[in-house]
Design a protein around this ligand. Structure first.
Ligand code: R5P
Length: 296
């Protein structure tokens, strides 16, 4: 079984192929002169089953098209079963119609991804647990918590509390608390302006003075949530702040903002190809988790 990689996350795809004891399928990815995506799978006998790795990270729309075209090329070469590894499912933040007139984007993207039939989809920390329902095939929603747990267990002290930075992160923060042997969870009341995207914090469920804060979020996009959360926590007198976030989208300026904040360390995974050498950032690979799911 070969691993085929789109252009979005070749480092993870290579790791995956190595861990699976196979290799990357040969492929040429380029552009036609009119800028359309050009795909050529350069394997005459790719086998009946293949793994296709592509994160829907920036440039998201191009990576989406690339995924669909590679899947089509594989089918035309006789591949019957495609296991899609989409570590970061782009557009998943638009998981609701927030205002009349908006699309239910992630549902449309799910349909587009399946324009060529897939066997199953392996992904990580979906923004909303209803998203698998938009797919016709099984979706395995793995969690970065597994890799963070090992790392964060060393950081926990009697002063540690997990801060759930918004309503959406409550469940995953509570699960993370269980993972770490029952570290207390505190809840923060976040409000985001739907037009400007600006985040403000209104309140916190209990006093946090002198506490070591651990934040577990699903993603870092603009960094606005973390910067606002950290500022609010600081105003409330906390001590050290460490952050775990499964997906770092490396939106322009986000890492710089986080570097200037008082955050001690930011642990992320490689669901999105790392694009920063910040000293605050620690990237933990999820390759082994994917291999366990695929099975050797
Ligand atoms: C919110 O629902 C998410 O869990 C993240 O907190 C948020 O999407 C991060 O985005 P940003 O970095 O732009 O604030």
């Amino acid at each position: 079984m070969l691993v085929f990689s789109g252009s979005s996350n070749q480092t993870l795809a290579k790791k995956l192929a190595k861990e699976l004891g196979t290799r990357l399928g040969k492929m040429e990815l380029s552009r036609f002169s009119n800028d359309e995506v050009r795909v050529w799978v350069n394997e005459r006998n790719p086998g009946k089953k293949a793994v296709l790795v592509q994160s829907l990270s920036e440039p998201t729309d191009r990576n989406l098209v690339e995924f669909c075209l590679i899947a089509d090329a594989l089918r035309r070469l006789g591949v019957k079963r495609i296991i899609a590894v989409i570590p970061w499912l782009g557009y998943s933040k638009q998981d609701k119609v927030f205002r009349p007139g908006e699309p239910l984007s992630v549902k449309v993207i799910a349909k587009m991804l399946q324009v060529v039939p897939l066997d199953k989809v392996i992904t990580f920390d979906l923004h909303n647990l209803a998203i698998p329902g938009f797919f016709e095939v099984p979706v395995v929603n793995l969690s970065g918590r597994q890799v963070f747990r090992e790392y964060c267990a060393k950081l926990v002290t009697t002063k540690t509390v997990i801060a759930a930075v918004d309503a959406g992160s409550v469940k995953s923060s509570e699960r993370f608390s269980d993972d770490l042997g029952g570290v207390p969870v505190i809840y923060m009341n976040k409000i985001r302006d739907l037009v400007t995207g600006k985040v403000v914090y209104k309140s916190i469920s209990e006093p946090v003075k002198g506490k070591h804060i651990l934040i577990k979020d699903d993603l870092i996009s603009t960094g606005g949530t973390l910067v606002a959360a950290v500022k609010f926590l600081q105003e409330n007198g906390v001590g050290k702040i460490d952050v775990c976030a499964t997906h770092h989208l490396y939106v322009k300026g986000a890492q710089e903002k986080l570097d200037q904040s008082v955050i001690n360390q930011i642990m992320v995974t490689d669901t999105v190809e790392p694009k920063s050498d910040s000293k605050k950032l620690k990237v933990i690979s999820v390759a082994r988790m994917i291999v366990q799911e695929i099975g050797i």
